[in-house]
Design a protein around this ligand. Sequence first.
Ligand code: HSE
Length: 325
Amino acid sequence: MMSSLQQKAVRVRIPASTANLGPGFDTLGMALSLYAWIEMKIANRTAIHLYGEELHGIPLDKSNLIYEVAQAVFVEAGVEIPEIEISMYSEIPLTRGLGSSASAIVGGLVAANALLDHPLPLSKLFDMATQIEQHPDNVGASLFGGMITATWDGEHADYIKITPPADLDILVAIPQFQLSTKAAREVLPQSLSMQDVVFNVSHVSLLTAAFCTGRLDMIATAMKDRIHQPYRGALIPGMTQILEEAHRHGALGVALSGAGPTLLALVNRQAGTGAELEQFLGDVLMDHEIDARTLWLKPDLTGPQVIEVSAQDSFADFIKGEVAV
Ligand code: HSE
């Protein structure tokens, strides 16, 4: 088996993700049409090759996250493959709230599992990914695609995948500065009032039902949150104004993307309000002296796409064909 494995390489395209969508803290996630690509093959000596500007600073030795999660798959599958070659290209900016670490975790798990011909079920990969990330929202979205609502009891994650309404476009405003999830979680309170808990339970339920039934008119109300955004607002100049006013400029709803600092607006493609909204987001952030770029995305509906190639095929050439590097 090992010699046929040595001829094989797998390539995986993994979507970025947004988490929370307002009230669904550590619960809701949506996969986005922004991608990372990972290639993995067995090697005589471990080597990690990174392509693209978004991956500066990522370790190139065995402390690399993708190497570590691949080893976790091999252990779980009962095989020993200590040396692997990993290549990665990513469009997903690091520590901006678009699930870059979740895409690396999911990509490493899916690629390692594909290299072994899929011994582990997706539910196991989801548990492993959530154990590493400690919340299921980003990893679940990247692993399953579409929108997910998920729970995590510390050992096992459950989820239901929802197909987002067909007319949904997503506008993200990505500030230049980085904000670690750790820092953005440290500002959260240790306990909440019963009123705030009830507020969020009712709003996340309304939001989930609005997505399931296509009730785009309910999204602005349903995306309100009281358990994380009010505390994180101080970390992102302009955020509070954007959350309060974006619906008047054509957003169906608006939220901090994951732990931030990216801001995310949901837009009805048929409404023709995109240009005004994009201008509004840019102007508010500029008024607060935040450099940011805006990007139009769609929900990714499929999750990871795996292709098997020969170990001799060039990853760099493949990436040049996939994206304009
Ligand atoms: N649900 C997490 C948070 C997402 O908001 O902290 C972080 O990526």
